[in-house]
Ligand binder design. Structure first.
Ligand code: ARG
Length: 459
């Protein structure tokens, strides 16, 4: 009957629970295409090394293509002794082409094979993730471009601080995501390092041409040390660190929108498509999409931290602990991908209530502008800050707004106050004064839109 690929030195049977415990096929089968691509390249390298004839190579390559087709068509039949995607594909190859299939693994180990598969697979996924994130940013940028007229309170400490453009806030999150997009591109060179040809740990004794393998598989560089090649999983940690940070940004934006969607704020209304109801309270419309985005950031961070714990204290080269790299990575990747799509949908479809945002603006948010007014009349800011603070206190004691104090009131605080003080109490004017790069003026918001649009075109 069938035996395990490594069964030669064994006389005893694997414990059934151990068999389950050991097998990774149920989750690593998603790398089937990368595994086959690696094997096809390796077969070609074996021919160049004189191990296979061209005829043998062709048979192996055709066999591997047939195996790939079975996976694609969903008809690959998993056998009980298939341990992982590598043994499953090799077992099936030999069933299709016969004993010649047994030549493919010459000089190769699952150790350099799995590391190659993981890197190759991740490189492909990074492209999708890049597109997903760029899609989210694009929606935010277009929305920001269209809604530049809308003013809202800007907050620090979640206390009303200064008026800003709604677009300015949206773009602030877009810039965080834009940095994530750059960071993701920056980790690619460290993912794109070829382990194939490192063998089990010590290197390849058949002198396979690793430069050929690198080119065949599209890697940027070659692992220069075979122990490093089979034992390194830092690229997985790094991707999950990246994902954790990106999810932190998703979470912070989600939190803003959760708050803004409360009745107390009423700044935004999520579309029904991204909300759910309550099983008991008929009136409820909950921002579950945003809460899940916020919640899942913890999950991705957990994947990263968990796998880092797996790596800590491992001896050099390959250890089976490394099989634990897959589930956290796959889960992190699935979670960020879905999160970008959901966030994009939420942002694209939510309703923004300009009138509610405007109504939330209060004159005290212009206290800085009031201080700045006196600065322009030559008084040092530290003094004007104090004078403006006294105006705020006076208005508070009178239970009125800053613009309801009389000119005499103001002149009682400082004689530089004049009739033009009414110009201070204008939210639009306040926002427009922030016209240095990075400010919330219309022009500077438009500039941000252009900067992001331009950068997205190059990615
Ligand atoms: N399934 C294994 C993994 O994911 C493949 C490598 C197994 N290597 C070995 N020497 N047992 O890490």
């Amino acid at each position: 009957t069938k035996q395990k690929l490594w069964g030669g030195r064994f006389t005893g049977k694997t414990d059934p629970l151990m068999h389950e415990f050991n097998q990774s096929l149920r989750y690593d089968q998603r790398m089937y295409a990368a595994d086959i691509a690696g094997s096809i390249a390796y077969a070609k390298a074996l021919t160049l090394a004189g191990i296979l004839t061209k005829v043998e190579e062709n048979k192996i390559v055709q066999g591997l293509q047939a195996v790939r087709k079975e996976w694609e068509d969903g008809v690959f039949s998993i056998q009980p002794d298939d341990e992982d995607i590598h043994t499953a594909n090799e077992r099936r190859l030999s069933e299709i082409i016969g004993p010649l299939g047994g030549k493919l693994h010459t000089g190769r180990s699952r150790n350099d094979q799995v590391a190659t598969d993981m890197r190759l697979w991740l490189l492909g996924e990074v492209k999708h993730v890049t597109e997903g994130l760029a899609g989210l940013i694009r929606v935010m940028v277009e929305r920001a471009d269209q809604e530049k007229d809308i003013l809202m309170p800007g907050y620090t400490h979640l206390q009303r601080a200064q008026p800003i453009r709604w677009s300015h806030l949206l773009l602030s999150h877009a810039f965080s995501f834009h940095a994530d997009l750059q960071r993701l591109q920056e980790i690619i060179p460290r993912i794109s390092v070829l382990p194939l040809g490192c063998g089990a740990l010590a290197g390849n004794p058949f002198v396979v041409d690793r430069e050929f393998l690198r080119k065949e598989l599209g890697f940027a560089s070659i692992a220069e040390n075979s122990l490093y090649g089979v034992g390194d999983r830092d690229f997985i940690v790094e991707f999950m660190m990246w994902a954790s940070l990106a999810m932190t940004h998703i979470s912070r934006m989600a939190e803003d929108l959760v708050i803004y969607s409360t009745a107390e704020f009423g700044f935004v209304t999520l579309s029904d498509a991204y909300s759910t109801g309550s099983s008991i309270m008929p009136q409820k419309k909950n921002p579950d999409s945003l809460e899940l985005l916020r919640g899942k950031s913890g999950r991705v961070f957990g994947n990263m931290a968990g796998f880092l714990m797996t790596l800590k204290g491992l001896p050099s080269t390959y250890n089976k602990d490394l099989q634990e790299d897959k589930e956290p990575l796959f889960d992190a990747l699935d979670t960020v991908s879905a999160s970008f799509k959901i966030a994009e949908g939420v942002v694209a479809s939510m309703e923004v209530h300009a009138e509610k945002m405007h109504a939330a603006l209060t004159m005290d948010m212009l206290a800085t502008d009031l201080a700045d007014y006196l600065v322009r009349k030559g008084i040092p800011f530290r003094e004007t800050h104090h004078i403006s603070g006294r105006a705020v206190a006076l208005a508070e004691s009178r239970k009125c707004q800053l613009n309801e104090l009389t000119l005499q009131d103001y002149q009682g605080l400082n004689d530089k106050f004049a009739a033009d003080i009414h110009e201070v109490f204008d939210f639009e004017a306040s926002v427009e004064r922030r016209e240095s790069i990075g400010g919330t003026s219309r022009k500077m918001v438009a500039r941000q839109v252009e900067v992001l649009r331009k950068s997205l075109k190059t990615m």
